[in-house]
Design a protein around this ligand. Sequence first.
Ligand SMILES: [Zn+2]
Length: 369
Amino acid sequence: MRWCLKGTFPPKGMFGETFTGSRLESANKEIAGGFRFAYFGFKADAKARKECHQFDRSYQHTQICETCLAEKPSVNGNPYMNYKDFFNTAPPLMTGLSHADYVSISNQVTPWINMPGFNVKTCFRDPMHTIFLGTAKEVLASTLGYWSKSGLLEGTSLGEQLKWFSHLQHKCCKENGLKGSFKTYTPSNTGLCSSNEFPELGSSFKAASIKISIWYFAKFAGELSMLNQEDFGLKLISVCLWSLQKGLELMDHNDIIFRREEAKAFDDHIGLHLQCWQTLAAECQNRSIKLFRMRPKCHYLQHIGRDVNRNLLNPRLMAACFYDESFLGYLKRIATQCHSSSMIKTRFWQRYFLFLAIRFQNSRKHSRD
Ligand SMILES: [Zn+2]
């Protein structure tokens, strides 16, 4: 990688061994006529991001963020640095660290520091894991719980209410041409079966279906809020979901670089979404209801909004791991169908190329139609 970044062939092997023949002849010569790779950014989910860079401030630590001093509430912690404050006056927002600050205060600096062009601010946060497989799962499940507790869903039991809502969502999405694998919500897959735990949608809900669900939840929340105008909680839920939906629409409708005003609008929508969520969380805590928990991913979502406002890069195209995860899913499904003794050497590759050939054939067939 180092030599690709330099643009020349290496003079020695990676263990210092001397080259012979054609490799010796090309040593120190240009690889691609003067063109060379350049480091631009790092894209991964939160776990890989933390492990590759050996961050000593991450979601697994009390101090949760490598680029600011936000921390989880704790007995010996600094209460002003609580990451659950998303209003513009929140102290953690005033402690943003530069790359030089990160290097000087970290016990363990990332090994990527040796990469020419590396900057800690180029470690992108993946919106797919942060939003669709993270914060949205919490907010949607809590919203269902709130509606159920307020008696706004039809049915005599929680199971019936969730089934009724699932049917409405499926029907409405179908009428609006939104295709997806809609799972029926149940007390167990929403985490609503126990009032002692915070609800969260289960792992069987995939990112693509969550994305469509956010749209439908926002629409339904708006209708409920109009019908029950005296209920402040329903208004907050409606604004919370609509602001998220508007932020997602900005990501979907923009190319790789945002215009300045749209980047600011994206940041504002994400900020409003988190502020409504924070107010709902406080309201539920006051009433001893376990809904609308705020996890460190909420703080990372805030950073996604602020990063867009700063660098104008569309996180959907720069940082989302949709295609990478989908590729890994194909690999896993193929590999588990091969016998372990021949999997790595032959069978896996044969089946993978067959899979690519079928996809290529199908795309050609459909393009003719
Ligand atoms: Zn932070």
